[in-house]
Design a binder for this molecule. Structure first.
Ligand SMILES: Cc1ncc(C[n+]2csc(CCOP(=O)(O)OP(=O)(O)O)c2C)c(N)n1
Ligand SMILES: [Mg+2]
Length: 908
């Protein structure tokens, strides 16, 4: 027996009355059956909810539409014209993909995703999605990556794209092509949100909606008219990123967010839940999480059948048929459906005896029922206090004919024969505008209704009423962003005297300085995933305030302390909890606000460096595509600087991963003044320009990644000869070799490895009389990229004088072999190995391999990046060029007790 344990713990104040109710139920079950009993219990629950009795919400409801037909309301559009427009779009979308693959076999593209979701998008375009032509940011619409043919086809109808664009679908090189998926980097005036890495769009959309509320609550912009729409596939919900943050959306009351899940029951290989029901599964998950769930399962053809289903047999059949079977019914004949779906139960068979086999085959699914979709969207936009998910049941490849519709291979089909196109033309009733003869030509034609046609005028009127075309990406600034003065940065040039501090502490101080800057300060968005105390940033809680959608509704346990945990509705800091993925999504929303809202905002996302690029690299890639700006700060950086934590915490490779992201400016500063100079430079580069309209806050679409260490040492004064350009250029001489010593070597350090470099310089001088000069490499990525660009220029300009590679030129000013020491993998300094001046050995020392927990000293000895190892590397390189005897190197190895025969740490 299953019982709700909690009921039995409650006192029964009237057992007799209880018994009467239970007896009535028993007698209904016995005399009228379970279907009737279920109905009555549901009715009671519904009434209880209406009267606000406070019964727990059910997580699942029967397999029928959430909105009853009689509450569907009036559809305000012209259903016939909209169907016609949809037919044009369907046609052009299919022809575009087919033509692309005729011209370039294997170029790809997708027919069946949009075919299943055309109505879902078109209801939005005709009635809901708001554009920005009125100067106010409209809606943010996340389009399913594989549905883009339909979006291009609509833009073509609207005259935003022409035939040559469609002809160049997926042919981007050479200009004028259309990107395979939504990529703002490639179509910067069109796409806003990259979505095609499945799961990222849904996740980003939640944080976009949250960020809109944040802007509103912080009085930075009125976003009350923006609605966030996210379209995703049912298969896409398998990605943990898709569903991982849905509880946040409910908790924050994101009624400005609607998800539309296209439940065509199929993914790439086959059924999403062949043995189950994806819609029911998702309903339970979303209802449990507190979302408003609207199921649109059945088209209006089913309304009459359900109304006559007095025995509940149809409902029962709907409830118990698994998705694999529903998919089967889509590809089978009406006779098969009659036999297998309606057949087994005589009452069901009778229910449809008035329908022909064709009628049965054509009973549409809810997601293809335009009016039902309209009703669902309307309900979603009227919802208050919670996000909405619309679960729309569709057929994958709908209208594309029996060879494509609902086939397991449908996702991959990119070609259609002339005959298949002819069938499609008739199915879409386009025979009056597309002569059949045109289909025999090489390229089947696109169709655009003339500008004086009813359809064109209707289409354009609808978009005008909804504030213009969409998607549109704009970078027009609506709210200026004025750069902070230099003082908050320059104070770090003085160093920290004898006080030992870390670059993390210096950065925190810088952050506070900036936040206190009038005008600029409020435009910063500090983002921390539950790690502020680790980084010593808990002081920011009180000063910035933690953003809380509903304010702080309790007195914090530390309320009386100076540094209390202070939440408020206009709090500035996004304390995200333990989600780097969510934090990264906030970064993207804030970092693209300059485009999405015309309000440049400056995110500073501070995370445990190990859990950055490695954990959420794909989100960072997408942020780069989205042209996000801002600062990523990898704190507790380094494989040996972070003591004790070990293999899963010590980051020696985020800089390698960062080197793969095109717009990422990766820096590994050693000192406070370097950190401050890089942030200052970055701010000015990203936001310091004036746009064509004279608005401030414009700049390059790049973002910065800075490593921050937790090792304390006195921060040096910025040497007089060192300029900001030297620091951001990636490499500069930090200290000359001690006077008069020969031979010479050059030690290049970055980050916390400067300690070993300095100590080695001292022993090289004292023990060996060797003069080591010290250089700081703040960015190997920058050095490499600059060198590659110059190399390319030289290659392509063979008759002109070769330009010197910047890094080669710099290193030519140093002397002797070069030892580069880092707390990251050797691959990081190796980025410049090829560019070192000829004849000079280059020895990278780094931390390849798994980290482990121990003291810094032990770790650095283990990875051979400690002072002794730097010294030995310098001696070895000098021996290699014949400046000293090999025996001197051997002696130093023995002297320092280095284990020459231990296996490489990389393999241990
Ligand atoms: C992260 C990621 N993994 C895999 C893919 C490849 N992929 C593209 S579409 C697809 C199936 C999509 O199924 P569904 O989400 O149900 O969308 P539908 O086309 O059915 O609407 C897959 C696996 C991808 N784009 N992103
Ligand atoms: Mg699907």
């Amino acid at each position: 027996m299953t019982i709700d344990g909690y009921v039995h713990q409650l006192p029964d104040t009237d057992p007799l009355e209880t018994e009467e109710w239970l007896d009535s139920l028993d007698s209904v079950i016995d005399s009228r059956g379970k279907v009737r009993a279920r109905f009555l219990v549901s009715k009671l629950t519904e009434r209880a909810r209406e009267r606000q009795v406070g019964t727990p919400a059910e997580v699942s409801t029967p397999y029928v539409n959430t909105i009853p037909t009689d509450e569907q309301g009036w559809f305000p559009g012209d259903i016939d014209i909209e169907r016609r427009i949809r037919a044009f779009i369907r046609w052009n979308a299919a022809v575009m993909v087919v033509n692309a693959n005729t011209r370039a076999d294997g170029i790809g593209g997708h027919l069946s995703t949009f075919a299943s979701s055309a109505a879902l998008y078109e209801v939005g375009f005709n009635h809901f999605f708001r554009g920005k032509a009125d100067g106010v940011p409209g809606d943010q619409v996340y389009i399913q990556g594989h549905a883009v043919p339909g979006v291009y086809a609509r833009a073509f109808l609207e005259g935003r794209l022409d035939e040559s664009h469609l002809d160049n679908f997926r042919r981007e090189i050479g200009g004028g092509g259309l990107s395979s998926y939504p990529h703002p980097w490639l179509m910067p005036d069109f796409w806003e949100f990259p979505t095609v890495s499945m799961g990222l769009g849904p996740l980003n959309s939640i944080y976009q909606a949250r960020f809109n509320k944040y802007l509103q609550h912080r009085h930075l912009d009125d976003t009350s008219r923006s609605h966030v729409w996210c379209f995703l596939g049912d298969g896409e919900t398998d990605e943990p990123e898709s569903l991982g943050s849905i509880s946040l959306a409910a908790r924050e009351g994101l009624d400005n967010l609607t998800w539309v899940i296209n439940c065509n029951l199929q993914r790439l290989d086959g059924p999403v839940r062949g043995n189950g029901k994806i819609i029911q599964e998702l309903e339970a998950i979303f209802r449990g999480a507190g979302w408003n769930v609207i199921k649109v399962i059945w088209g209006s053809g089913w309304d009459d059948l359900l109304a006559r289903d007095v025995d509940g047999v149809l409902l029962h059949k709907m409830n118990t048929t698994v998705d694999g079977e529903f998919q089967r019914y889509t590809v089978e004949s009406g006779a098969y459906i009659r036999e297998h779906f309606f057949g087994p139960d005589p009452r069901l068979r009778k229910l449809v005896e008035h329908l022909t086999d064709d009628d049965l085959r054509n009973l549409p699914r809810g997601g293809h029922d335009y009016e039902k979709m309209y009703a669902a969207y309307k309900a979603a936009t009227e919802q208050v206090g919670a996000p909405t998910v619309i679960l729309a049941k569709t057929v994958k490849g709908w209208t594309l004919g029996s060879d494509v519709e609902a086939r397991n291979a449908t996702h991959q089909i990119k070609k259609m024969t002339r005959d298949q196109l002819k069938v499609l033309r008739l199915r879409l009733r386009l025979d009056d505008v597309i002569p059949e003869s045109l289909l025999d030509a090489d390229d089947p034609p696109y169709y655009r209704p003339p500008v004086d046609s009813l359809e064109y005028r209707y289409l354009m009127d609808r978009r005008r009423a909804l504030d213009g075309p969409l998607p549109t990406r704009s970078t027009a600034i609506r709210r200026d962003l004025v750069m902070p003065p230099d003082e908050p940065f320059t104070e770090f040039d003085a160093g920290s005297g004898s006080q030992a501090v870390s670059t993390t502490m210096a950065f925190t101080r810088l952050l506070r300085n900036l936040a206190r800057t009038e005008g600029f300060g409020p435009r910063m968005v500090p983002i921390i995933p539950d790690e502020a105390r680790t980084f010593g940033m808990d002081a920011l809680f009180r000063e910035f305030g933690i953003y809380a959608a509903h304010g702080q509704q309790y007195e914090s346990v530390d309320a009386k302390l100076l540094l209390s945990y202070t939440e408020s509705q206009d709090g500035q800091l996004l304390e995200e909890g333990i989600t780097e993925a969510g934090s990264m999504s906030s970064f993207t929303a804030a970092g693209t606000s300059y485009a999405t809202h015309g309000v440049p905002m400056v995110p500073f996302f501070i995370f445990y460096s190990m859990f950055g690029f490695q954990r959420v690299g794909d989100l960072i890639w997408a942020a780069s595509d989205a042209q996000a700006k801002g600062f990523l700060l990898g704190a507790t950086a380094g494989r040996t600087t972070l003591m004790g934590e070990g293999l899963q915490h010590q980051d020696g490779h985020s800089l390698v991963l960062a080197s793969t992201v095109p717009t990422c400016q990766a820096y590994d500063p050693a000192f406070a003044y370097e950190t401050a100079a890089i942030v200052r430079h970055g701010l000015h580069r990203m936001y310091g320009r004036t746009d064509a309209e004279g608005r401030t806050g414009a700049g390059d679409s790049v973002f910065y990644y800075l490593t921050l260490y937790n090792e304390n040492y006195p921060m040096p004064v910025r040497p007089d000869h060192v300029s900001e350009d030297d620091i951001v250029g990636g490499l500069y001489r930090w200290a000359d070799a001690p006077e008069g010593l020969e031979p010479k070597v050059t030690i290049v350090f970055s980050g916390s490895a400067h300690l070993a470099a300095q100590a080695a310089r001292d022993t090289l001088a004292a023990e060996h009389g060797i003069g080591a000069e010290l250089w700081s490499a703040t960015s190997y990525k920058r050095l490499r990229e600059d060198a590659l660009s110059t190399e390319r220029w030289n290659r392509l300009h063979p008759t002109e004088p070769a330009r010197p590679l910047p890094v080669t030129e710099l290193l030519a000013r140093s002397s002797g072999p070069i030892v580069a020491v880092t707390d990251f993998m050797k691959a990081v300094p190796d980025q410049i190995a090829r560019f070192v001046p000829a004849g000079r050995p280059f020895v990278p020392l780094g931390t390849d391999g798994f980290g482990r927990s121990d003291t810094r000293e032990a770790l650095r000895r283990f990875f051979e990046t400690d002072a002794a190892s730097v010294e030995v590397a310098a001696l070895s390189a000098l021996a290699q060029v014949g400046e000293i005897e090999p025996e001197i190197v051997a002696k130093a190895i023995r002297h320092h007790g280095l284990d020459a025969d231990a296996p490489d740490p990389r393999t241990r």
